[in-house]
Design a protein around this ligand. Structure first.
Ligand SMILES: *Cc1c(COP(=O)(O)O)cnc(C)c1O
Length: 404
């Protein structure tokens, strides 16, 4: 860590190739008994090209939710046919790009989108492989901002309308309706809501087939939670695999999965340096670190917890508020945290920062974009250079007429 801080500066995200590979293999092994499966890494969790390459080498395709993510997955060497294109707001341009690239499956989130995609495909001589994303109206029991399967969320089509919609879409020229998709949320600590959702999909599958429809693929999404606190226990991939095997028995489809956080979350940390410790009388000190909410947004966005540990713990402990330098009270990583005692200049890490970390960064307060490195044994390499504020404002222009 000290060597990385010296060479690449702080704050810096550090990803472990070995941990990414181990998570990919454990996940795959848990699902092997299911027969025909397709694994698609959820690119939004960590879109770094080197991370995507690790996943590609592990035989994963990609779940993408924008044209930009599709371009990244292709740039990382993922075959187009292994890419699933999800998202409620795919533009006509993105749909056409996906068709041109030969994307393996579009997960359609509304009848309107399906009709548009069919029109574009027919017009340009393509056939779009599609799954209909269903909203099963199930509370995933996670943070409301990462719940996606309740009827008042924007995602998917209402399950009671799905069978007839599937039939109508399947009849359109340019359209190959081949499956169903479901994803009820992220950071799920309990498998029961997933199981309920999959049971509903099973019933829908039967209903569509009874009406003469063809379903060869079911995409079960992602969502398995990871421990953010030492000692926290989350469902294991093996438990998830057993549950899926139980619910999907007899479905006779290719099962597709879109794990993100469970692969990348604990394969990354955010390394930061303590700028100073601010001590006010009668309250916990503020440990001000050089990382901020623009680099790691989850605490500000969801009140999320990240374990914080000194790189060289002294054995001393302290209770402190951990904050960044940004001019927002929301730039707070933890309040009243019992933690390793740290001083100005000490290095520390935020753990479990490999998913929804660097990818959510912004340049707020003109702080630039944080660097990312990958380690592999004793090897270390930059996998994303730091983008400086100067690099960002180089794209900005002052119109000549301002000075007229
Ligand atoms: C975010 C997302 C995922 C990945 O979720 P994780 O909780 O990171 O596994 C998978 N599929 C879709 C459609 C998503 O939006």
């Amino acid at each position: 860590m000290a060597r990385i801080a010296e060479e690449f500066g702080t704050p810096v995200y550090i990803y472990s190739r070995a941990t990414l590979e181990r998570h990919a293999r454990v996940f795959r092994e848990a699902l092997l008994p299911l027969g025909k499966i397709h694994l698609a890494f959820a690119v939004k969790a960590n879109p770094n090209l080197a991370v995507l390459r690790v996943m590609q080498r592990e035989g994963f395709g990609a779940d993408v939710v924008s044209g930009g993510e599709m371009a990244r997955a292709l740039a990382a060497g993922m075959p187009a046919e292994d890419i699933v294109f999800s998202g409620v707001g795919k533009t006509r341009r993105e749909l056409l790009k996906g068709l041109e690239a030969g994307i393996g499956q579009f997960n359609i989130e509304s009848e309107e989108e399906g009709i548009e995609l069919a029109e574009i495909a027919a017009e340009h001589g393509y056939t779009a492989n599609c799954a209909l994303r269903v909203n099963p109206d199930i509370d995933a029991g996670t943070h409301e901002k990462i719940s996606t399967g309740k009827s008042d969320n924007k995602f998917g089509v209402p399950i009671d309308q799905a069978a007839s919609m599937y039939q109508r879409l399947a009849a359109l020229p340019g359209m190959n309706m081949r499956g169903l998709a479901v994803h009820i949320g992220s950071q799920l600590s309990d498998l029961r809501p997933l199981e309920l959702a999959f049971e509903k999909i099973g019933a829908l599958l039967g209903n569509i087939r009874e009406r003469g429809g063809t379903v060869t693929h079911v995409d079960l999404g992602g969502g398995i939670g990871v421990p953010y606190k030492a000692g926290e226990v989350m469902p294991s991939p093996a438990e998830y695999g057993h549950m899926v095997a139980r619910v999907t028995k007899g479905w006779d489809v290719t099962l597709m999965f879109e794990p993100g956080r469970v692969i990348a979350g604990n394969a990354g940390v955010l390394l930061t340096e303590v700028v100073r410790v601010k001590r006010n009388a009668n309250r916990d000190p503020f440990v001000i670190v050089d990382a901020a909410m623009n680099d790691l947004a989850r605490p500000a966005l969801y009140g999320a917890w990240h374990d914080f540990d000194a790189v060289k713990p002294t054995g001393q402990r302290m209770v402190a508020n951990i904050v960044g330098p940004i001019c927002e009270t929301g730039d707070t990583f933890a309040m009243g945290r019992e933690m390793d005692a740290v001083e100005r200049g000490d290095l520390a890490i935020f753990r479990t920062a490999g998913a929804y970390g660097a990818t959510m960064a912004s340049s707020y307060n003109s702080r630039g974009f944080v660097a990312e490195v990958m380690v592999d044994g004793d090897k270390v390499a930059s996998v994303a250079d730091r983008i400086l504020p100067e690099d960002i404002y180089a794209a900005e222009r002052v119109p000549e007429w301002l000075d007229d």
